[in-house]
Structures are given as C-alpha cells and as structure tokens.
Design a protein around this ligand. Structure first.
Ligand code: LLP
Length: 406
C-alpha cells in the first residue's frame, strides 16, 4: 500500500530526506489543537502546549500562531519558545528543580507564572525576585493524591511521587507564599500523570483542586487561574479512546460560576498522532528462536518501547508483494533493549521502508546520541509540500564540544 502523510507519499520523503526521518502533519497538529479549543470553548481556556512532548521550533511556532501558550520545564525550553516567537506572557514554568539562573531568565522574560512544587522553591524564587527587583507570579502545584492508573514512570499524582505539595499541606503553603513580599499568588495547578485513558482520575483531581480553591477563598486567598495539567491519552494500540468532549463537559460543569481562568497543559494529545518515524530495513535476520527485522532507527531515536515497553504500530510502506512473517523490529544499537516493536507480523525485505506510527510526542524530544548516532532529521508536511524543520545531525556536531587531550 502506498502510504501518505497528507498528500505526500512517505516513500518520496524517505528518498528526499533519508532515514531515519521524523515526519509531522501540519493539518494533524492544527486539528489536535482545535479539538481542545472547541471542546472547552465555553470556558475559553489558555491552552499551554507542553514543550517537552516535542520542542521543534517549527512546531512551537505553529502552535504560537494558533494562539497557544506554553508549559515549559527548563530554561532551554523557554529559549525555544522565545526563539519560535512564542509569548512569554502565556508561558508557565513547571518542574521540581528550577535553578536560580532559570528563575532569573524566566522572570526577566516575563513568564505568566511559576508552577511551584515546594517551600524551598518558594524561598528561592523570592530571593531571585528580590535580587533583581521583580515580583514573581506563582501558582502552587498541589498533589491531589489520585491514582492516574497509567505507567508508574509517568504517574505523578500519588503521595509517593516527587511532584507537588501535599494536599493536606496546601493551605499552609499558600499562607507561607502570601507572606513572601516578592511573590504574587496567581493560581493553583496539578498534573497527575500522562497517557491517561480513563477520565475518572482527571475528574477526581479537578474536584479536589476546586475544593481547595474554595477553602483558600474562605481564608481570603483569591486565585486568578486553575491549571489542570496535561491532556488526555491517545490511542497507540487498543486502549479506550478517552473522550475529550466528555472531559471538557465535566470540567465545564465543575467550573460553572467560577471566575478563574482555566489553564490546560496538553502535550502528547497535541502532537502524538501527528508524527511518524520512517526507517529503512537494513537486514532480515533469522535467529535460532526468533526473526529480527534490523532497521536503521534505534532506541536513541525512539526510546519509548525500551523505557516503558510502549507499543507503537509498525507498518510497511510500499506496494511490493512479500510473504508475511513474525519478527522483532530492532535497531543497530548494542543492547537487547534496543527494539521498536516485538513479535510483529510484517511482510518486508532488506531495503523496504517501515513507518513507526504515533511518534510525534516524546520521541524526537527524548532522542539521544547513544552509540554516537546522529539524531534524525525532521520534516513538516503541509498538503503535498514538505519542509525540513531539523537537519540531520552530523558527527562533527556531536564532537564539537569535546577535546582529545592527553
Ligand atoms: N504538565 C506537566 C507538569 C507534565 O509533567 C507533563 C508531562 C505535561 C503537562 C504533559 O502531559 P501530556 O499531555 O503529554 O500527557 N516521556 C513519557 C511522558 C512523560 C510525561 C511527563 N510530563 C512518555 O513517553 O510517555
């Protein structure tokens, strides 16, 4: 079958730009963003795209043009947002370990707020703001102690996780923040985990956060915004598709009559399904117990299978008739953990092109250089047009900061 990204055949892209290659559909990015703004239209939320899902400058620019804000977790991500023309005033700075330098950079850039995760972090922001003569807008990230029922590595809302301020400690933390003269309390936030396919934990977290908002109001602490964290999960295989409209309706019901602005920080659901990784088959190898399709992409390009045993659909791109067989799809890296898929039925030979589906989120952004492999190129497709949005890395670039001294 000839497979296309919009009106562009994948085979043409692989021929023109080489493999491994990330390919993104601009229409799919737009569609995913508008799905959020449409579903939540009655609340007119600020959608802050979570840059960590995919920080390519063209993708950030595309979202900025659509009116998106950004959720960042490092100074580097802020630099990306600014380089892409994003609005610092619509950017929130999350994360448990912000450095002084990062806080100073963000204060000078004028971010919308810091999502603060501990009392020592409040002290640090107060000290930096004092030193440079600024006031820092802060929101406290509260850990609602709700089980997100997702992979333990990406579940963040339990008492045992490193994230957020404990629910029971929240009022005292707000009182403490209110006493720090360089801080302006603007909001509250939570984020219970990623790849959530069940809506009930999201709804429960929202309920618990709103209870807290009321308790704080009774103490005279009025908030300007309520940030419900990341977005819903996506379908990689046969998961239940979470219904964005149902989520939005529940939130709208709970937020009815409140004056606070709603903030959302979706990442995966904005970019995940818009991206594909193209990879070429190097060899088909018949092992003693198993067959292996050895491809030119590896765990350094797409580490989700190795790290979380995540499933990504793999398909053969092309029209030639082949005999199907079952094989593990593996990369050239010297580790048994280097696989993109296990026990897949495929009909391919050396030289064929494969696509790894739903690779727009947490794939290129988590890529590395293990085995001194260059990071893949990235292409953005719009109809029948394709633009190179990241050149393939070179060995010289990889070694540029090193010296061979004795
Ligand atoms: N906000 C905060 C504070 C976050 O930590 C995250 C994701 C998000 C928003 C975006 O969540 P999303 O809408 O994408 O679910 N590398 C893992 C995912 C890690 C998610 C980390 N935090 C993976 O490949 O599945």
């Amino acid at each position: 079958m000839t497979l296309y990204c919009e009106q562009t055949p994948y085979s043409r892209l692989a021929g023109e730009f080489g493999t491994p290659l990330y390919v993104y559909s601009q229409a799919a990015l737009t569609g995913a963003f508008c799905a959020y703004t449409d579903a939540f239209a009655t609340l007119n939320p600020l959608v802050c795209y979570a840059v960590k899902a995919n920080g390519n400058l063209s993708i950030l620019k595309h979202f900025a043009v659509l009116g998106s804000g950004f959720d960042i977790v490092s100074g580097g991500e802020l630099a990306r947002v600014l380089a892409a023309g994003g609005d610092a005033g619509k950017t929130i700075f999350s994360g448990v370990g912000k450095s002084e330098a990062e806080i100073e950079f963000a204060l000078n850039a004028g971010v919308l707020c810091f999502n603060v995760e501990s009392l020592p972090e409040l002290d640090r922001i107060q000290a930096v703001a004092e030193r440079i003569g600024k006031t820092a807008p802060v929101s406290l990230r509260i850990n609602p102690d709700v089980d997100a029922k997702t992979h333990p590595y990406i579940s963040t809302g339990l008492k045992s996780n490193k994230f957020g301020i404990a629910y029971a400690d929240a009022p005292a933390a707000y009182r403490y923040a209110a006493g720090l003269g360089r801080l302006k309390i603007t909001g509250i936030d939570c984020h219970i985990g990623s790849q959530l396919t069940d809506l009930s934990p999201l709804v429960e977290a929202c309920e618990r956060i709103l209870l807290l908002v009321d308790r704080l109001a009774a103490e005279g602490i009025e908030l300007e915004h309520i940030d419900l964290g990341g977005g819903i999960g996506i379908v990689y295989r046969d998961e239940n598709a979470p219904d964005l409209n149902a989520y939005a309706q529940s939130v709208a019901r709970m937020m009815a009559g409140r004056r606070q602005k709603l903030v959302l920080e979706p990442g995966r659901s904005l970019v995940g399904r818009a991206g594909t990784l193209l990879t070429r088959v190097e060899f088909v190898k018949q092992g003693e117990e198993k067959n292996f399709v050895i491809v030119d992409a590896a765990m350094n390009d797409l580490m989700r299978p190795a790290l979380y045993h995540a499933y990504h659909r793999i398909e053969v791109v092309g029209q030639k008739k082949r005999q199907p067989f079952v094989a593990d799809v593996v990369g050239p890296i010297c580790e048994t953990g280097d696989f993109l898929g296990k026990e897949r039925e495929l009909a391919c030979e050396a030289g064929d092109l494969l696509l790894v589906a739903d690779a727009g989120a947490y794939c290129s952004s988590m890529a590395g250089n293990y085995n001194t492999r260059n990071r893949a190129a990235e292409v953005l497709v719009n109809g029948s047009e394709a633009r190179l949005i990241r050149r393939r890395e070179t060995w010289e670039q990889q070694m540029a900061n090193e010296t061979a001294c004795l």
